[in-house]
Design a protein around this ligand. Structure first.
Ligand code: C5J
Length: 221
């Protein structure tokens, strides 16, 4: 077992049971004209991490370690979208509405796709999730168990919503969680920092935080 330099203390790195999980790097959140932009967010903040996430993915692929992708999206008939999620507030576009990139957050529509720069390779799992957390109503846990994965490195968006929710779900299920802080982003920089602080407080109560460089160094690729 190696270590990754991390906060609040070094992360015990188990090469034979670690995977990268890339959360929701979808056109709807990252590109102008998508769902995130329609909510009034500045998507350029999220676009800035794309090269770093790409480096992290390349490192895991080069090391022969699993890369898992997630997408927040719903079935076309919206049967997996709680009305409480779809009908909340008065957004200009609701989930399922026709937007500039097809129906918003609907599986199979262009906006729900992972951005081309980070496209999954054939054979890499893509977990479609109706919630913020990637364990809720998905086959993620089965996949992890089947492949003996006990540790997850996290990247993706947004830090305080889908990334943090999934880290908390994973932590409660007994996984060691390591967040690559330069490979995750929020539309709200203060929320990103708060999420990192909450995750690492109290002796890594949810998990650890590190940099992409430190992860790549541990991978030795
Ligand atoms: C949000 C996400 N922010 N992927 N989704 O609604 O974080």
């Amino acid at each position: 077992m190696g270590t990754v330099t991390a906060s609040p203390f070094d992360f015990p790195f188990a090469r034979d049971s670690i995977a990268l999980i890339v959360i929701d790097m979808q056109r709807d959140f990252i590109e102008p004209g998508g769902f995130g932009a329609s909510l009034g967010n500045d998507v350029s903040l999220l676009q800035a991490i794309v090269p770093t996430v790409a480096r992290l993915i390349a490192g895991f692929r080069a090391a022969g370690l699993p890369v898992i992708h997630t997408r927040e999206c719903h079935l076309p008939d919206l049967s997996d979208c709680p009305p409480a999620k779809r009908l909340r507030g008065s957004p200009s576009l609701r989930i399922g509405d026709q937007g500039p990139m097809g129906r918003v957050l609907i599986a199979g529509e262009p906006g729900a796709d992972i951005i081309p720069e980070l496209a999954p390779l054939p054979g890499e799992p893509v977990i479609d999730k109706p919630g913020k957390g990637a364990f809720h109503a998905t086959g993620l846990m089965d996949f992890l168990e089947m492949h003996g994965i006990r540790q997850l490195v996290f990247a993706g968006v947004t830090t305080e919503v889908c990334v943090q929710t999934t880290m908390r779900e994973a932590n409660d299920r007994g996984y060691d969680c390591l967040l690559a802080t330069d490979a995750t982003e929020s539309y709200f920089p203060a929320f990103k920092q708060s999420a990192i602080d909450m995750i690492t407080a109290q002796g890594a109560i949810v998990g650890w935080a590190t940099t992409t460089g430190a992860v790549l160094e541990a991978l030795d690729v």
